[in-house]
Write a protein that binds this ligand. Sequence first.
Ligand code: KG4
Ligand code: ZN
Length: 330
Amino acid sequence: MNVLGIETSCDETAAAVIEDGTKIITNVVATSAQMHEATGGIIPETAARQQIKSILPVIQKALISDVDAIAVTVGPGLIGSLLVGVETAKTFAYLWDKPIVPVNHLVGHLYANWLDTSTLPEFPALGLVVSGGHTDLVLIKGHGKIKWLGGTRDDAAGEAFDKAARLLNLGYPGGPAIAAEATKSKTKKQELKMFPRPLINSQDFDFSFSGLKTAIARQISNKKGQISKDRLAAEIQQAIVDVLVKKTIRAIKKYKPKSFLLAGGVAANKLLRKTVFAKIARQKLQVIVHVPPTALCTDNASYIAACAFYNYKPNKWQKITANPNLTIAD
Ligand code: KG4
Ligand code: ZN
């Protein structure tokens, strides 16, 4: 079964055709990230206007074969952006008389772990979704059976990277920029202790990243350039990774899942990927770690189509609506 996925929840305009939820036939992404670089973040109105221009050429490029169904991200995300994808998908469902499946973007991210892999995840699985707008730890008992264990109380992990990058004038998106700057640092991992690790020892599965932004701003204004930018980038990255990994390990020990699935834009972070594997191996935890290919971590439509294949609940196109406030457990 070939599914056409359409994704426009943030600043990307993406379309992909996926066979049987696992094989990528095409995957096309247009991003307006450069447009947002000047402003250090996304301007929703600008993003949506660009998406209106990109959506048809992107879909046209992705559609090299016939499709059996259409999958579209209905939320969460920016309302103007979501509407571009949702209304376009509904129009095609009507014109082609094809089934249309609404997809939750956050659940969708997890399905990047089903693509282009020889080992499919097994249930129960623990999932950590770390993106620009969300940080959620979930227990997945089966397709469509998701229990929320905890998440951020304020800023998302990706947002912490983005805000830190803005403070350090490293551009947007901040995650890759901080990661690249951090590689220049010669400071040993054990010495990267400048910033707080909020809630790291709390027994719940909650996170809090907003304090990091304040701590970085204070360092910059107090030390007035005495600490190098690469050191600050390495410190920020280490602080975020430490907390994410600590809570993940705690959840693996408590729930003993068969698989652990990393997902979302921040899952592209090399240090995070490496640290998860290293900690799980060192503690000899019996869990198989899945990380998506780096290019499939950040927003694209491949995992939206894969998610729809495994959670195949078509609805009448008239009933499909954008919902910017969806949560991962909806
Ligand atoms: O999932 P995503 O593409 O979009 C949302 O759904 O939000 O995630 C985007 C986030 C941004 O905050 C970006 O800075 C972060 O993912 N990101 C990274 C890396 N690549 C993207 N963060 C850390 N390291 C990276 N290599
Ligand atoms: Zn995303």
